[in-house]
Design a protein around this ligand. Structure first.
Ligand SMILES: Cc1cc2nc3c(=O)[nH]c(=O)nc-3n(C[C@H](O)[C@H](O)[C@H](O)COP(=O)(O)OP(=O)(O)OC[C@H]3O[C@@H](n4cnc5c(N)ncnc54)[C@H](O)[C@@H]3O)c2cc1C
Length: 385
């Protein structure tokens, strides 16, 4: 067994760590207050290639392994969730359908734009009536001549307000649904009938928006079925494959945030004096620090192993990805709770970042499949084995 992180991945991780320390950390509070990432910072992220971490080099990306992408997210998540969110759709749910299932022509047209960050991608599956039960989508697509006509409403779409390209899942056969009746479409913002709806007001993740997307007789050329005509009806399978990697990367984001919370808690415990002593000298505080570090250690081994496994196999690691998401995000929630406790009243104040991490981390147990759905997936895979 070799647990050494390869040199090329250490280099990119160091670059991102420097970006975090020099450019992102100093503006994190401003981004939180203004709910906006300055364009100059987005431009730096473009120049570093962060929008194309996982997009193959042949299409202008960095072509990183799953492990590499996870390591980058761990670093970015140490500062503020919104920075990862900005690049995450281009690397994950907004591009992976294309990488895995796109035709050569589709890849040539879209992947270089996504890899450079010139375009933002998004993934439009969820609807008001279809969340965990994603196969229940109501958005329809009907063929008219050489176009598909889409009608329906998506919600909670990350980067929906700024996306130039949406991978949209719509029903093409009501009887078949998940088994051959849902199709994925590559829908450009400029297509007639494409509208951005309300930008939703959230508990956290300020600086990153989710919005409704509305399709009102939206006309999509036949060649924009993801994967071409042979993929009509196979969109649900494409969505599930895409989410498999997303579950690992959300685990990585939760892990990075937990690591930062441990560091903040160690610093605070050493400098906060009560009863004439730093609180780090009290056994109950030491216990929390020890538990946080132990949980983070366990989560890191699990994540890195599952990412490595995915890279070795070159295919989905369904059970492990769900286990990683379930464990890492719950672990980070427990760590955030202890971090607030160690900070006492200060942990509840916006002046300290732990308050923001506590809110932001809550989302990781909900999106790209809730805890309950991860357990269903793990149990289903176990029973199949
Ligand atoms: C900030 C944010 C960003 C998002 N980004 C995107 C995006 O970019 N693209 C996209 O398509 N979607 C996105 N989503 C949607 C997200 O994936 C869904 O919110 C999530 O899958 C849960 O669906 P739901 O909210 O409809 O909850 P529901 O499905 O209504 O679930 C409610 C509760 O019931 C439980 N439940 C449901 N079914 C079962 C079951 N069979 N067994 C046990 N328990 C069950 C759930 O676990 C949950 O506890 C985002 C959501 C948020 C909040």
């Amino acid at each position: 067994m070799d647990f050494e992180i390869p040199e090329n991945l250490r280099m990119i991780t160091d670059t991102v760590r420097r970006l975090v320390q020099r450019e992102l950390e100093p503006i994190s509070r401003q981004v939180e207050e203004q709910d906006h990432i300055p364009e100059s910072v987005v431009q730096t992220m473009r120049e570093l290639g962060l929008f194309g971490l996982s997009i193959p080099e042949a299409y202008g990306g960095l072509g990183l392994s799953t492990l590499g992408e996870c390591l980058v997210y761990e670093e970015l998540a140490k500062v503020n969730a919104c920075f990862r969110n900005r690049i995450a759709t281009n690397n994950g749910i907004g591009s992976q359908g294309l990488v895995l299932d796109g035709t050569e022509q589709q890849k040539q047209r879209y992947l270089p734009r996504l890899a450079s960050g010139q375009w933002i991608g998004c993934f439009a599956l969820s609807e008001p009536g279809a969340g965990s039960d994603a196969a229940g989508v109501q958005t329809t697509a009907v063929m008219e001549g050489d176009h598909w006509v889409l009608n329906g409403r998506k919600h909670f779409i990350t980067n929906g307000d700024i996306a130039d390209l949406a991978t949209v899942f719509a029903v093409t056969d009501r009887q078949k649904r998940a088994k051959g009746g849902i199709t994925a479409f590559l829908v450009e913002r400029s297509f007639a009938g494409y509208q951005v709806g309300t930008i939703e007001k959230k508990m956290g993740h300020r600086g990153s928006h989710t919005s409704e997307l509305i399709f009102d007789n939206c006309r999509v050329p036949a060649e924009n079925v993801l994967g071409g005509p042979s993929m009509v009806g196979r969109g649900f399978q494409s969505a599930m494959k895409t989410l498999d990697k997303g579950r690992l990367t959300i685990g990585a984001a939760a892990l990075g945030a937990a690591q930062r919370l441990l560091e903040l808690s160690l610093d605070y415990a050493k400098q906060r004096v009560q009863f004439g002593r730093p609180i780090a000298e009290f056994q109950s505080i030491k216990n929390m620090l020890a538990d946080m570090a132990t949980e983070i250690y366990a989560a890191r081994q699990m994540l890195h192993h599952a990412a490595w496994l995915r890279d070795q196999k070159g295919t989905a690691v369904i059970k492990e990805a769900s286990m990683v998401k379930l464990f890492c995000t719950n672990m980070a929630g427990r760590v955030a709770d202890m971090a607030v406790q160690i900070h006492g009243g200060m942990g509840y104040m916006q002046e300290y970042p732990v308050e923001r991490f506590y809110r932001d981390l809550r989302l990781t147990r909900i999106y790209e499949g809730t805890d309950e759905i991860q357990r269903l997936v793990i149990a289903r895979e176990l029973l199949k084995e």
